[in-house]
Design a protein around this ligand. Structure first.
Ligand SMILES: [Zn+2]
Length: 117
């Protein structure tokens, strides 16, 4: 986390904001945990351990819904032949070119074109 979500002052490397005093210790820990699970998922992929890759990708995505986590999860799901999950996550990725989303799943699929963009 580079800036305080409350007052927008730069807090890179700190878990307590110097300006407003907000304590981001737990948030920083969750984000670090998400990065660790991403790294573990990539290692599992390199070791041909698809089950472990999927487990770590799911955990990473549950902690931070980043584009990297989403793409890794879609890939891990496909490798584990969970094509329904892979497609669902891939669709989320197509909807969110910014790389971040809080959505869990699209509600109305009739408005979405997979080839849009
Ligand atoms: Zn602040």
């Amino acid at each position: 986390m580079e800036t305080c979500p409350i007052c927008a002052v730069r807090i890179q490397g700190l878990s307590v904001c110097r300006r407003c005093g907000a304590d981001w210790t737990r948030v920083v820990a969750v984000l670090a945990d998400a990065r660790e699970h991403l790294r573990s998922a990539r290692e599992a992929y390199m070791d041909n351990e698809a089950d472990a890759m999927l487990l770590h990708a799911k955990r990473a995505y549950s902690k931070r819904r980043s584009r990297a986590a989403r793409r890794l999860l879609a890939s891990a799901a496909a490798l584990n032949r969970d094509f329904e999950l892979a497609l669902r996550i891939w669709r989320l990725d197509r909807q969110d070119p910014t790389g971040n989303t809080q959505q869990s799943e699209p509600e109305d699929r009739s408005n979405h074109q997979a080839s849009k963009g």
